[in-house]
Design a protein. Sequence first.
Length: 279
Amino acid sequence: MTDPLENSKPAATASESSFALVTGASSGIGACFARALAQRGRNLVLVARSKDKLEELKNEIATQRSVRIEVVGQDLSEEGAAQRLAKTLAERGIDVDLLVNNAGFGAQGRFWELPLDRQAEMLRLNIATLTEFTYLLLPAMIKRRAGGVINVASTASFQPVPYSTVYAATKAYVASFSMGLAEEVREYGIRVLAVCPGATATGFFRAGNFAKIDFLGGMQSPEKVVEIGLHAYDRGSSVVISGWLNRAMIFAERLASRRFAAVQAGKLFRPKSEVSGKE
């Protein structure tokens, strides 16, 4: 069976010195973006906290593709992370012509009971670092009149999600930021895309201590999310919702009130211990 990404034509031809940079690349959607972009002949910069996992991914890709791969082990949720990462790129002489802002996390629970420092960390990673790093890399793309940004948002971008309130709010920002920026930079030949996956079979729910949630239609594979995302990027789209069922659900939510959507989401994401009366 032919890999649909194998024969995909890149939106722009990358030079030997240009790289696609993927944050949160050690697993899940980020690792799948790295593999798919390597199949397209892209040189890679892989960024995540776990340098060991990045080295494993680098070695895996290197056995299959002849591309340059740089690894940067860094926690992007820390204050000033974007500036430090940009400095590292400059020191290594790396030009980024495609930025994939994938790093992010969520958490489940009552807003006032979840640790404040953890939620502040979420805001920095999901919003501040994504925004600052895009700001730092964009001028060079504008000067070249070529490049692109792919921001991983969520179907949670389109509705409030009780018991994951801050996470949903951060993803609403990512989607709105991406679509607005896409129009600003379009005249410079730069593409900006918000990829909005629904429930995806990654470590996201485990890392966020989510209780088991039975999602209608099950979970998508991260490979499918990336395939849909790159196809939309090639078309020049500014936003894509991965999967027909997710698209149908978002469309249905638009026909209902936001209050109704919030109530329904709250029923799904309310911790099961609360539903059963246990604390």
